[in-house]
Design a protein around this ligand. Structure first.
Ligand code: FAD
Length: 480
């Protein structure tokens, strides 16, 4: 019989790596299986949304991420960074369908803004942290099949069989785990063809810098180093798996821009669509899904990473409880995260519709722009794109319960100051309260000098406050 691992994670993408880190914070050892021998350096995301960034901050990754974020800002906006410094400049807001009107200052939460950062840099940071924590990452191992029974999942991999108490598919949009387990994955078919490339152009000045919506589609150039981005709205690619050529990307740029600009070299490129699908449940017995394996959608608004990282934060402590013998929390993972994913799918569909290059859509864009400029409209779109508006239904009337707490300075009983997230770095729950209380061993106490009390789950979700209907003991029993 093979040794029984606590958790096997398939995929060392950002979500798989972060889930392994979350599990380690909860005292659980995961083995991560990744088919690629080397980290994937293909360009993908260019930003992390607010609640995903905050989840990373709660594990002490803030300083490393901030350095990469500032380097990327300098590449994107050298003039502004030179003038104001990366900390002093007004932070770029997110966009809705290319409408750059989302303004965290207008919403009075300037610190909760999305952070431009290349996904490759994020993955490098996560990989380094996972190794520091002694997490076993087995590269060059492809998961080919599995069966589950009442006690474990037995995986067939290219490196032989492996057994684990739980299996989590973090294996991306075409997830083998999802397909093998038979998760339903309904949604809408692709309607557009897009490309993202690193490209050297013969005459970059032929393209207008920034986001250009033309009568034939969308082209973005000159704002993220040599990244080039196009979208055309006349159907999906004829063959999504065909090798991508320089000629195909160049033809798209020329069609959309109406210029004869040429691509001299293209070290990297990807093809993408607006295929929007979501697993109906994120759990089947001992098999779970997180990140793109559970939901796919177009990249408009830059939300995929944000969604997947917070899936991982939500799931980590719940699997840890199951490994310790109590799986009652596991189903709340789907209950809490499925509606959040569904909302992202809906807003990305709306963004595609609002991007279509026809005059009627242009008129609609004018109306939507006007609405986003209003403070309420800005808050509505901003909270949706950043995830700040998330509130899980924990059955409590206090509007704070179920939200993800933002970072804040705590004044402790001994007069010292400490950041809330800094206090959560080592994992476990946190009671913020001036009063003494007996706590389970996986809940820490930030004894404050005064003020209101709240209980946070390890994922930063407020589980109880002074204004809650139920008692603190009930909340502790439920989540810990
Ligand atoms: C053009 C583009 C732009 C984007 N821009 C943004 C953005 O600005 N902001 C944002 O938040 N998101 C963005 N996204 C989305 C973001 O890139 C994804 O949501 C993110 O990569 C999902 O991470 P993941 O870990 O779930 O999956 P992946 O990154 O796909 O990782 C899955 C891993 O699983 C491995 N794997 C697969 N099958 C197996 C197997 N059978 N056995 C072993 N290993 C396996 C793969 O090799 C891979 O390493 C963008 C996406 C695209 C395409």
């Amino acid at each position: 019989m093979h040794p029984l691992h606590e958790v096997a994670i398939v995929g060392a993408g950002p979500v798989g790596l972060f889930l392994a880190i979350e599990l380690a914070a909860a005292g659980v050892r995961a083995v991560v299986l990744e088919r690629l021998r080397e980290p994937d350096l293909t360009i993908k995301a260019a930003s992390v949304g607010v609640v995903g960034w905050e989840a990373l901050q709660r594990r002490g990754l803030g300083p490393a991420l901030q350095a990469e974020h500032e380097a990327f800002l300098t590449l994107m906006m050298p003039g502004l960074v030179a003038r104001f410094g990366p900390k002093g400049m007004k932070k770029p807001g997110g966009h809705f369908s290319g409408l750059f009107l989302v303004d965290q200052e207008l919403q009075q939460v300037p610190e909760r803004h999305m952070r431009p950062i290349p996904q490759e840099a994020l993955e490098k940071i996560l990989d380094a942290r996972a190794r520091e924590l002694g997490i076993e990452i087995r590269r060059g191992v492809t998961v080919e099949g599995f069966t589950q029974d009442e006690t474990a999942v037995t995986l067939e991999t290219s490196a032989g069989p492996l057994r684990a108490q739980y299996l989590v598919g973090c294996d991306g949009g075409r997830s083998r785990v999802r397909k093998l387990a038979g998760f339903a994955f309904p949604g809408t078919d692709p309607t557009i063809t897009g490309y993202q490339a690193l490209a050297e152009l013969d005459a970059p000045e032929k393209l207008t810098r920034g986001w250009q919506r033309t009568p034939r589609g969308l082209v973005v150039s000159g704002v993220m180093g040599s990244r080039l981005f196009t979208a055309e709205f006349n159907g999906p690619p004829p063959d999504r798996d065909a090798p991508l050529t320089l000629a195909e990307v160049e033809a798209s740029v020329q069609r959309v821009s109406g210029t004869d600009v040429k691509i001299l070299s293209m070290p990297m490129a990807t093809r993408w669509t607006d295929n929007a699908r979501q697993a109906t449940t994120y759990r089947m017995g001992r098999v779970l899904l997180a990140g793109d394996a559970a939901h796919v959608h177009s990249p408009f608004g830059g939300q995929g990473l944000n969604l997947g990282l917070v899936d991982a934060a939500n799931l980590g402590f719940k699997i840890a409880a199951a490994v310790a013998g109590d799986d009652r929390l596991l189903d709340s993972y789907t209950t809490e995260r499925h509606p959040v994913g569904a909302r992202v799918l809906e807003n990305t569909r709306a963004q595609v519709a609002l991007m279509r290059p026809d005059p009627l859509t242009s008129a609609l864009r004018t109306v939507v722009s006007d609405l986003i400029k209003l403070p309420e409209g800005n808050r509505y779109i901003g909270e949706m794109l950043t995830g700040v508006g998330i509130r899980y239904d924990l059955g409590d009337d206090d509007p704070m319960v179920g939200t993800l707490a933002k970072d804040q300075q705590l004044t402790l009983a001994d007069g010292s100051e400490q950041g809330l997230y800094a206090r959560m770095e080592k994992g476990g729950g946190l009671l913020v309260s001036p009063a003494e209380h007996s706590l389970p061993k996986n809940v820490h106490h930030a004894r404050t000098a005064g003020g209101p009390s709240m209980l946070l789950r390890p994922d930063g979700c407020v589980a109880w406050t002074d204004a809650s209907r139920g008692s603190l003991d009930d909340a502790l029993a439920r989540w810990f």
